[in-house]
Design a protein around this ligand. Sequence first.
Ligand SMILES: [Mg+2]
Length: 310
Amino acid sequence: VSLESQLVAWLQAKIPPQECVSLGLGDDAAVLRGGDGADVVVTTDMLTDGVDFLLDQVDLRAVGHKALGVNLSDLAAMAAVPTAAFVSLVLPRTGSQNFSALELAQELFQGMFPLAEDFGVAIAGGDTNTWDGPLAISITALGATTERGPLVRAGGKPGDKLLVTGSLGGSLLGRHLQVEPRVREALMLHACYDLHAGIDISDGLALDVSRLAAASDCGAVLDLSAIPLTEAAHRMSQQDGRTPWEHALGDGEDFELVLAVAAEIAEKIIQEQPLKIPLTAIGELIAEPGLWQTTAGQPTPLAPTGFIHE
Ligand SMILES: [Mg+2]
């Protein structure tokens, strides 16, 4: 059990329900009641040098892109329309890679601007500090729900099929920085089909599916042979001897979406393939709690591998 999930459980017990919060701790983002208009979806993510990237080895604009991209991916998981982002930086006083602290900050923002423009996100504020420690970037992103309301983790039902966008595994070979938030895909699907639940894959398919299932009071069974694999998952498998499926299940940072939908809707979506990227059925929710895999019919327990934030 991670420090974060322990802290969330403690906070959930401490913080009473509040009128203005329609969905609080424990999903991809929170939902605040917006009066008569759309509700406001809020998510925040922090990246730290030495944990999420190595500052002296990485393209600073790629770090900026990723810092915003992971937040937009959480808004995608809620099927929210991104509106604004607030960027807080704690900069190493002496800068990095021959960049001064100011230039370092500017490089990070240069990496965010194209993504912000692409998704109509206003960078509307933030805070900047310097210190003698490593770089930390915290972004809070805001979105608006559509008339369909937010897509949450808790709406799945036993018998729902689990669909995944794109393909999975091996993100360390580059994709973990080149986040392509599935915002448009989520909004399109949410508008056209009845989706029960959704989550983005930040920490690993196995771990994130088990989170969606648990939030829906279900278990999940995955058909490993159906999981769409990236070329990077195969390449990493050749390098380290782990199977490509282990990479797809546990690597994380794919930033694809997992959706739970009723079986007949899933069949329709798979047949229609309404996105530019493939949608694949990889398993289903079941009444029995826990995470399972099927190989030749009989379900066996599957470890919820993935990246645990300490
Ligand atoms: Mg998420």
